[in-house]
Every structure is written in C-alpha cells, then in structure tokens.
Design a protein around this ligand. Sequence first.
Ligand SMILES: CC(C)(COP(=O)(O)OP(=O)(O)OC[C@H]1O[C@@H](n2cnc3c(N)ncnc32)[C@H](O)[C@@H]1OP(=O)(O)O)[C@@H](O)C(=O)NCCC(=O)NCCS
Length: 155
Amino acid sequence: MTGQVRIVGLSELSATVVRARLLDEHDRFWDTDTRALHHPVWFHQFGGFGAVAMTGDGDDVGYVLGTVTADRLAYLHLVAVRADRRRSSLGRRLCGWFDDLARSAGARFVQAVTRPDDEVALAFHTSLGAAPHLSRDHAGPGADRVVLTRPLAPA
Ligand SMILES: CC(C)(COP(=O)(O)OP(=O)(O)OC[C@H]1O[C@@H](n2cnc3c(N)ncnc32)[C@H](O)[C@@H]1OP(=O)(O)O)[C@@H](O)C(=O)NCCC(=O)NCCS
C-alpha cells in the first residue's frame, strides 16, 4: 500500500462494484453498523456527489457520499476514513472535494447529522467550521441527533 491517495468521483466507477467493496470492508471504516445507510440509491442515483479515496494500489481508504437538495443545501450523508489512515487530513480532503462540487451546484450550506455521543464525528465536523444543533427525535422517537451546519463560501 504505497503512493499518493487520489480522490475519484463515483461517476467514474461502477456503483455496484464500489458499493460491494465498501460494504465488504465496512468494519474497517465504521465502529457501528451503518450498512443500512449505504442504500444503493446513494451510489446509483446520487453517486455524482460521491467519491472514493484510493491508494496507487487501488485500495479504498476513504469515501464520501452526499447530495445537494433543491434549496441549495449540501447534505453530507456519510464520510469515512479507514481506521489505519485517520488523522492525516484525508477526511478534510474528502469534505473539500464534496464542498467544491456542492458549491459548483449552487449550494450555500453543508449539513451533516450525527449521534450526540459520537465525539469523533462532532470534533471532526466542528473542526471544519460546522455549528452543532441538537435535534430531538430527529431519527424517530427517542433518537436524538446533532445537526451540524456550516456555510459554504462562494468560489
Ligand atoms: C470522522 C473521520 C471521517 C475523520 O477522518 P480523518 O481523516 O481522521 O480526519 P482529519 O485527519 O481530516 O481530521 C480533521 C480534523 O478533525 C478533528 N478530528 C478528527 N479526528 C478526531 C479525533 N479522533 N478526535 C478529535 N478530533 C478529531 C481534528 O480537529 C482534525 O484536525 P487535526 O488532525 O489537525 O487536529 C474518521 O474518524 C472516521 O472515518 N470515523 C468513522 C466514521 C465516522 O464517524 N464518520 C463521520 C460521521 S458521518
């Protein structure tokens, strides 16, 4: 596993193949079971806003999935960096890739949603400039979430 990590848009890849590969490696990216959040629609229909970070050897070491909504909100659905590649700014790079594309699609804000006890995700998103807001029952009764919002500066 050597060389530079490049970020490749999902539109250049086979959605079916990438989804299968990321699900195979799920536990190297996530501490909790997020398989249900990897619904095929995020790869097939919204893949234009997604990307994979790959080593020169073709290893997937990070990815981002999201979309831009009609009201110019860039929704960051998932961002993950493989456990052995963390704290080297790859998460920041993936979000930067997403931000650039979202901005070019007219987005003004980026939003992510996480669990209130996910300290790493909270630290990560706030380090990017997001403001946290506790949203009660966001994911259903008793399932509070923190909504993290940050402005996207125009290009
Ligand atoms: C959250 C995640 C994507 C961050 O990826 P990463 O590549 O390690 O993040 P970066 O190196 O770009 O870190 C950017 C900043 O975020 C903050 N940060 C990242 N990880 C952190 C941690 N474990 N503890 C505290 N702050 C952290 C820091 O401020 C960091 O800047 P610094 O390294 O200069 O101090 C990664 O930890 C991950 O994949 N976690 C599991 C999946 C997940 O929780 N995704 C987010 C929910 S959608």
